[in-house]
Design a protein. Structure first.
Length: 691
């Protein structure tokens, strides 16, 4: 533009006729030049304003992002203006109001910071103070203010005119930091004083930190450091060396015996390894939790030994209780315990099992003769039960559902508390009914033994008489036989001698038989016989013994033939004794001997038949009183001492029948005769009744 303007001026001076045109062109050129310059200047200003606005916007966004407030403290006006933010009122506050919101304990230090900036001592000041955020009055709302202040100088001077401060409310931040610090301290305390040893290792197995328990377990040489474990890799130590793959670390739990000679460790440990992963699943730490279980193991082993001992003791107690229960059950004995507080009595058959529980009133009702005495004891135990008690009483059965009256031996001792007060009674109750019966039986047996002794004496006297009587008859009639010439007289004397010899023989046989019975040497020799024919022969022989004209001998032989296996000699001996006794006591009427077959059953395994042979001897003699019918089968018993005999015949008959597993007895009424009988089991091969 300048070049064109100079060209026009040069042409105007050289060519005057062109001067007006040159002037016009010059004016226009100047106009255009000014216009162009203004536009360029406006563009530059606009660009600068845009850059300034962008800067302001950026600063505003930055302030928004960091949540800071910006204030300007005008030193001359002593007023604080809010440039940005909401901590202070928009219109700002005076310095005095500002001071009133600073905590009194922080005011002096905070003012000192600002004075150092005003005096030019600081180019930048950063500090905290407590600030009351409540501008509406009432209770202060204290928080923490973070302040960063810089000086703003007056133009062309080094004197501070304003202080620009960036403020941030860090109440929540400091509160969170305090909470985190407290939590960290708490976890640090937990970590340090945990009852379990804890250690942190790097992923490749190097020690980072350990708590006190782990340091104690591992016998660290220092409180915060150990030369051996710090220089030894985790994966080079047992049991991790054997159980872990450092390239693929998983959770591990193991109980092991740890032996580290370098640290004098010989303990049993329970150890767990747990890897800690980051968000990407990468191992960041290895946590080792260890617990020393040496004492627990020893306690466990000791506990097992104790359990074994306790089991042995329990087995002994159980065996003792079983023995005690067996003993008490065998002796029909019960332990009992009376509680005066509950007014109950508990009965035990062992150490602890309660078999029966009764109230005082219920127990009293069981006593028969001593009911009033027992009732009196329980009504006033302090008077009657303070000493040991022992007595016998008749009671109804307490432990059995029977109507039998029992004899019980009862003993008791008092039970006192620590103050000596009577609180109960403990004792034993034993059923001695059997013992009382045995005593009664013993008394009876004693009397019987005394009677037996007396009977033996009588027996000896009778034997002397019984033996001498036939001997005297035999000797006397033998002497007279030489002097008698009459055949009839001789025949009668020979008959008397023969009868007395037979009597003496039977007496001797009875004595021998008795000795065999006592020696358990009596034997049965069974043979196959026709009992019907044998019975017929026995009756013919026995009929001759009945010599009383007024006595008729009768026989009852229902069989023509009865084949069975039997010791006929022993059976004949029993029948003969029955008839002999009947002859002695029967003087008129009849004597009947017979038999019959009872309970005949066919055996499935053969032709033999099972049956019972019933044999009897019935007479019309003197009879036997009821009270003496059992005694007649005992030894040395004679109902009439004046009748010849030893009193052994029926006892021998009883021994023979019992040898046959049979039964023997007598049915009689005094003065109406008697029927002696026996019944034995037999096997019949053949039987044939009379036509």
């Amino acid at each position: 533009m300048t070049f064109l303007f100079m060209l026009y001026i040069s042409l105007a001076f050289q060519m005057p006729q062109l001067l007006p045109s040159v002037i016009i062109l010059s004016v226009m050129a100047v106009f255009f030049i000014v216009l162009l310059s203004n536009r360029m200047m406006l563009r530059r200003i606009h660009q600068r304003l845009n850059r300034a606005q962008s800067t302001v916007d950026m600063m505003t966004k930055a302030v928004d992002i960091v949540e800071n407030d910006v204030v300007r403290y005008d030193i001359r006006e002593r007023y604080i203006y809010t440039l940005y933010g909401t901590l202070f009122p928009k219109e700002g506050i005076s310095v005095e109001l500002w001071k009133s919101h600073v905590h009194p304990d922080d005011l002096e230090e905070t003012v000192e910071w600002f004075l150092q900036i005003i005096n030019g001592g600081l180019k930048r000041a950063e500090f905290h103070y407590r600030w009351n955020f409540n501008f509406s009055g009432g209770e202060p709302q204290w928080g923490y203010m973070h302040n960063v202040s810089v000086p703003e100088y007056l133009p062309g001077t080094k004197r501070v005119g304003n202080i620009i401060s960036t403020l941030k409310d860090e109440t929540e931040l400091l509160k969170r930091e305090a909470e985190e610090s407290e939590l960290t301290s708490r976890y640090k305390i937990i970590f340090e004083h945990s009852i379990i040893g804890l250690s942190f290792y790097t992923p490749d197995g190097w020690l980072l930190d350990s708590n006190k328990m782990m340091r104690d377990i591992c016998h660290f040489d220092k409180d915060d450091f150990d030369a051996f474990f710090s220089k030894t890799n985790l994966f080079d130590q047992s049991p991790f060396r054997e159980c872990c793959d450092k390239n693929h670390i998983d959770d591990l739990w193991i109980c092991h015996q740890s032996i580290v000679p370098e640290r004098d460790i010989h303990d049993y440990l329970e150890t767990r390894l747990h890897p800690i992963y980051d968000e990407e699943g990468k191992v960041t730490y290895l946590v080792i939790a260890t617990r020393n279980v040496t004492e627990e193991r020893e306690m466990y082993l000791q506990s097992k030994l104790n359990d074994i001992e306790i089991q042995k003791v329990n087995e002994k107690i159980r065996a003792y209780e079983e023995e005690l229960t067996f003993m008490m059950d065998s002796c029909e004995m019960r332990a009992w315990r009376a509680s005066l507080a509950d007014k109950t009595v508990k009965f035990f058959k062992g150490l602890s099992v309660v078999e029966q529980e009764l109230s005082f009133e219920e127990l009293t009702e069981y006593f028969l003769d001593e009911k009033d005495t027992v009732q009196k004891w329980f009504e006033n135990p302090a008077k009657y039960l303070t000493n040991t008690v022992s007595f016998m009483a008749r009671t109804r059965p307490i432990f059995h559902q029977t109507d039998e009256v029992q004899w019980n031996q009862i003993n008791s001792i008092p039970i006192h508390d620590k103050d000596g007060e009577l609180i109960g009674v403990f004792g034993l109750m034993r059923n001695i009914s059997g013992l009382m019966k045995k005593q009664e039986q013993l008394r009876q047996e004693t009397e019987r033994a005394n009677d037996s002794g007396r009977l033996k004496s009588v027996f000896l006297a009778n034997m002397t008489h019984e033996i001498r009587t036939p001997l005297n008859a035999i000797v006397g009639f033998s002497d007279l036989l030489q002097a008698i010439e009459s055949p009839d007289d001789k025949k009668e004397m020979i008959r008397v001698i023969h009868n007395n010899c037979d009597m003496l023989l039977r007496l001797t046989n009875d004595i021998l038989m008795l000795s065999n019975v006592d020696a358990n040497a009596m034997e049965l020799i069974p043979e196959k016989v026709d009992f019907a024919n044998a019975f017929e022969d026995i009756c013919q022989s026995l009929q001759q013994r009945v010599q009383e004209p007024s006595v008729e001998f009768q026989k009852d032989n229902p069989m023509q033939s009865l084949i069975l296996t039997i010791d006929m000699g022993r059976i004949q001996q029993v029948i003969t004794n029955f008839v002999t006794n009947a002859v002695k006591y029967t003087h008129q009427g009849h004597i009947r001997v017979g038999y019959r077959v009872e309970d005949l059953q066919e055996q499935k395994t053969g032709k033999l038949q099972q049956a019972k042979l019933y044999v009897y001897c019935e007479d019309t003699g003197a009879g036997i009183p009821k009270e003496k019918q059992v005694a007649v089968f005992e030894r040395f018993v004679k109902l009439n001492d004046y009748i010849q005999g030893t009193g052994l015949g029926l006892s021998i008959c009883k021994a023979i029948i019992e040898k046959y597993s049979g039964e023997i007895g007598v049915d009689s009424d005094e003065g109406k005769g008697a029927t002696f009988w026996f019944r034995i089991p037999v096997e019949i091969e053949k039987e044939e009744h009379n036509g």
